[in-house]
Ligand binder design. Structure first.
Ligand code: UN1
Length: 482
């Protein structure tokens, strides 16, 4: 029997209308969860509940909030196998990837349980003698959290944990494809001790509940991870409202491989960065820029590695890559592969696989012979599709890498310290990796890009406090001693 889940508003389960199904992309005859889609009125109720719960939650002590976050982190870590299995089943990343993501989510709650006890304000002397100044942090209020399907538990965790830690209340809308992990997360946090209304879960269509969550006057901040188009729409809708908006959008992330690279390290960086999580990461190493002298050897080594690559059911043992998440993403992947071919690229792999089950299986696609300006090197695919551009030397590689307009992450594979240092200083990306995949980030460090890829303060780590609080500057004239 399929488990039925629901929205949660003010601590109550809201069943909603029928129609929500959470299918397993490895085998679409497997219904992972059933749920009712809610309408705009329920989103509105969730915002009202978060508004009503805000004053009391903001007035709790940091210790009270830390204890709840810590308890939730402990449960997430203790259930990593089971929650990892659910995540792999509904999203399609492999079991080790899914379990790793759950562990990351648990660590994020532990991190913010500790962070909330750290000093985030400071005191100053005024230019006027005898006057004291303090700068303190206050919660923003009600935060709308809107998350994508590709990290069903880690992205919600890295938005919800700091929001709650600093005293905000939350309305959370996960992607329609992955409600199962979202429901478990909210359930864990509520049982860990959150008062009713502090964290509300809205399972509904983006087109129905999204506009309420981004424009309702009771919402003080919106944090969104997803496509550039939707993100820009949120920003435009916000313009007259002047609330805090944090956007994590697309990435077109170059991996530069230069002549002096260690070949084995470069091949692994590309394969893990490009095809890990089925390439469905905004940090994916989606285009590779390779200098002339190592190009052919590198391509041959990647091809050999991909020859042994195993694609299959996300939960099968020994699988390196699970399926594409759904038919629409699969269609996008195939369209980009055809487009790259029509622009002159030679496609190695990138074929539909019939593995017996009704899943969306695509073999990894490596596209060589592409030019820097080809569409495949400009736009985000979000699938297991990696293109290769051949360049003369490091200088040209840097210029091609920096021609991306979605500068989230960039990598270089080199054994030359001078090139590594130069690349770190001169890359346009928000995150730079040396001899590592462009994807895969720690739970406790700032995350974000430049260009079209991000808007607003960085997520995660110590930087998260900038978005989830507002600072207050207060002056005191203590007067003469009595
Ligand atoms: C990672 O590379 O480990 O949506 C994280 C995404 C990013 C997260 C990537 N916001 O893919």
């Amino acid at each position: 029997m399929t488990t039925t889940i629901s929205s949660i508003v003010n601590g109550e389960r809201i069943v909603g209308n029928a129609g929500g199904v959470d299918l397993n992309p490895s085998d679409t005859s497997d219904v992972v969860r059933e749920y009712g889609q809610v309408d705009a009125a329920v989103a509105k109720d969730a915002i009202k509940a978060a508004r009503a719960a805000f004053p009391a939650w903001a007035a709790t002590t940091p210790w009270q909030r830390a204890e709840i976050l810590d308890r939730a982190g402990t449960e997430i870590l203790a259930r990593a196998d089971e929650l990892g299995d659910l995540l792999a089943r509904e999203e399609g990343k492999t079991l080790p990837e899914a379990r790793g993501e759950v562990v990351r989510a648990g660590q994020i709650f532990k991190y913010f349980a500790g962070d909330v006890m750290q000093p985030h304000g400071y005191a100053l002397d005024s230019v006027r003698p005898g006057i004291d100044i303090t700068v303190t942090r206050e919660p923003v209020g009600v935060v709308s959290v809107i998350t994508p399907w590709n990290f069903p538990i880690a992205i919600p965790a890295w938005k919800i944990a700091p929001a709650l830690a600093y005293g905000n209340t939350v309305v959370f809308k996960p992607a329609e494809l992955v409600p199962g992990s979202a429901f478990e997360l909210v359930d864990i946090l509520n049982r860990a001790g959150l008062p009713a209304g502090v964290l509300n879960l809205v399972l509904g269509r983006g087109s129905v509940v999204g506009p309420i969550m981004t424009t309702d006057p009771d919402v003080n901040a919106v944090t969104f991870t997803g496509s550039v188009g939707t993100g820009k729409g949120i920003l435009a809708a916000d313009a007259p409202l002047s609330r805090k908006v944090q956007l994590e959008l697309g990435g077109k992330n170059p991996l530069v491989v230069v002549d002096d690279a260690n070949l084995a390290i470069a091949v692994e960086a590309l394969v893990q960065g490009g095809f890990g999580s089925t390439g469905q990461r905004c940090t994916a190493s989606s285009f590779t820029v390779v200098t002339d002298a190592i190009h052919d050897q590198f391509v041959a080594a990647v091809q050999e590695r991909l020859g042994k690559w195993t694609t299959g059911d996300a939960r099968a043992a020994g699988i390196e890559m699970g399926p594409v998440v759904d038919p629409s993403q699969l269609e996008t992947d195939l369209r980009y592969i055809e487009l790259a071919r029509s622009e002159g690229g030679q496609v190695i792999g990138g074929e539909l696989l019939d593995l017996g089950a009704k899943g969306h299986y695509l073999s990894p696609a490596l596209i060589v012979g592409t030019n820097a300006n080809d569409t495949i090197n400009r736009e985000e695919v979000f699938g297991p599709v990696v293109s290769v551009v051949r360049v003369k030397d490091y200088e040209e590689a840097l210029a091609v890498a920096n021609s991306s307009t979605m500068n989230l992450s960039a990598g270089i594979c080199t054994t030359d310290l001078a090139k590594a240092s130069h690349f770190k200083r001169n890359s346009k990306a928000g995150m730079v990796m040396v001899n590592l995949p462009t994807a895969g980030v720690d739970p406790h460090v700032p995350f974000g890009g430049k260009g079209d890829s991000s808007h607003g303060p960085r997520e995660q780590g110590y930087a998260a406090v900038d978005f989830f609080t507002v600072s207050k500057t207060a002056y005191t004239n203590p007067g003469a001693p009595a």
